[in-house]
Design a protein around this ligand. Structure first.
Ligand code: GLY
Length: 394
């Protein structure tokens, strides 16, 4: 009798250890906690009207940045997402305030990052409010982004820095700015934006990808001949390595281009990138990538929560474009990524982590910058992944 009671107790204990929290419940809980955390974050900078969050300082305090930093759109974007989910008026006020901090960036012709900056902020704002002021700002911003297109090369120039090293650098991250320009193409009509996006996507597909569908970080083009002059990395381990966030940007970028164009070539590329990532021997069982798939110190290498969050969000969307068996695989990986990022290891307690949601991202390891820190874009794509996964449960 005593033995069987012990066995039953053990079985119950084992079941409670191995049973997973239902995804719906987990998502609602983490969204509620994200709202609490980001209301603290937003409140903390209300007395500094030109500042936005960047990362964390060694003493644990928030490090801020100005509106021209490429990350400036992620806090407002996250606030819009959390407002969309909760309809809390406080979040609407914060979202508008932080979005308007970026108003001058519509004229910024010195960066390709205007998609991240303006579409996450004003773009989500327009989607949720139909405010015509936001629309006008976005269209001016799209003009600024398109001004960086070079018709000889067929791409948008990513960076103006390091001019002594690269004539015309195009980074894989640049795929993420095309969603904004595709929106502007639809919205403004005949101004060549769609052709720019298609050319940029095709050139990137041709030159950034290796036969195994991993991608280079930086491809630089010769401005006289229009040909590739260099294949490098900037934030990855090596020129020939697979920098984790870059792989996630590429995946996400081609999923978006398929959504925007229905061109099967983009879907095939997105699926091939996903296959490369999902079958990679260095993708850990919890599915949060090391900062570079070829980092020499794996398994001790740092993880990059941002690469995991971006990949999760992209896989959820991609699951909507493929056959049921493949969709199940993609959603299974995204679920694991969300579960891992939602665990105590990655998800911060309220009021800690300088009020960021996630811990453990890597910004620029070779530059000895932002190693194992919270980052605004990890939070943004994590929230987006939560909201996207939530929709699949309905
Ligand atoms: N787009 C810059 C980065 O991913 O770090």
């Amino acid at each position: 009798m005593k033995t069987s009671v012990t066995i039953i107790a053990l079985a119950i204990l084992l079941a409670s250890c191995t049973s997973k929290e239902p995804m719906g419940k987990l998502i609602e809980d983490r969204l509620a906690r994200s709202i609490e955390q980001y209301e603290l974050m937003a409140a903390s900078l209300m007395d500094q009207p030109d500042r936005l969050p960047r990362d964390i300082m060694p003493d644990g305090k928030l490090r801020t940045t100005g509106p021209s930093d490429w990350v400036s759109g992620f806090l407002p974007g996250s606030l819009w997402y959390l407002y969309e989910y909760s309809e809390r008026p406080e979040l609407l006020d914060y979202a508008v305030d932080y979005t308007m901090r970026l108003v001058d960036q519509q004229h910024n012709r010195g960066t390709h990052d205007l998609g991240f900056m303006l579409y996450c902020s004003f773009g989500n704002g327009l989607r949720l409010t139909s405010d015509t002021v936001f629309r006008r700002i976005l269209l001016t911003g799209a003009e600024s982004l398109a001004s960086r297109y070079n018709p000889l090369i067929g791409c948008i120039k990513s960076w103006d820095h390091n001019g002594d090293k690269w004539q015309f650098p195009v980074i894989i991250d640049n795929m993420m700015n095309l969603e904004f320009l595709m929106w502007a193409a639809r919205e403004s009509g005949a101004n060549g934006y769609e052709a720019i996006c298609l050319s940029h996507s095709d050139m990137t597909a041709k030159n950034h990808f290796r036969p195994d569908f991993s991608s280079y970080h930086v491809i630089s083009y010769d401005t006289i001949t229009g040909q590739v002059e260099k294949k490098n990395t900037h934030q990855g381990y090596a020129d020939e390595s697979a920098w984790a966030r870059g792989q996630s940007w590429g995946l996400y970028g081609y999923v978006v281009m398929y959504r925007e164009t229905h061109d099967e070539r983009y879907l095939t590329l997105a699926r091939n990138i996903a296959s490369f990532l999902l079958s990679h021997p260095n993708l850990p069982a919890d599915k949060i990538p090391y900062w570079d798939y070829n980092a020499p110190d794996i398994p001790e290498a740092k993880r990059d929560a941002s690469a995991g969050a971006i990949m999760a969000s992209a896989l959820i969307e991609l699951s909507g474009y493929v056959d049921p068996a493949t969709a199940k695989t993609y959603l299974g990986v995204a679920e694991q990524q969300i579960r891992t990022l939602s665990s105590a290891e990655y998800f911060a307690e309220k009021g800690t982590n300088a009020n960021f949601i996630l811990k453990h991202s890597v910004g620029h390891l070779p530059g000895n910058s932002q190693i194992d820190v919270p980052l605004t874009y990890a939070d943004y794509y994590y929230i987006e992944a939560l909201l996207r996964f939530r929709k699949t449960l309905k």
